[in-house]
Design a protein around this ligand. Sequence first.
Ligand code: FES
Length: 77
Amino acid sequence: MDVALKIWRYNPQSGERELKRYEVDAPEWACLLDVLDIIKDRVDGTLAYRKSCRMMICGSCGMRMDGRSIVGCKERM
Ligand code: FES
């Protein structure tokens, strides 16, 4: 499936932030954390985020999506 995400990125040189759009091909079973891994591996290695258990236990991948607080490894795409 084609997935498009807009992610706030911070530029430490300028101190500015920008909303950057990423489009990737992801498997049907992918969760948000899987898509972030695909973006980091294939498109932009500078993307940084936290993760640990990948089983909805630790809360390390907690983030904001569409104005909601979510757990990235639980959020289905
Ligand atoms: S990585 Fe532990 S809750 Fe998502």
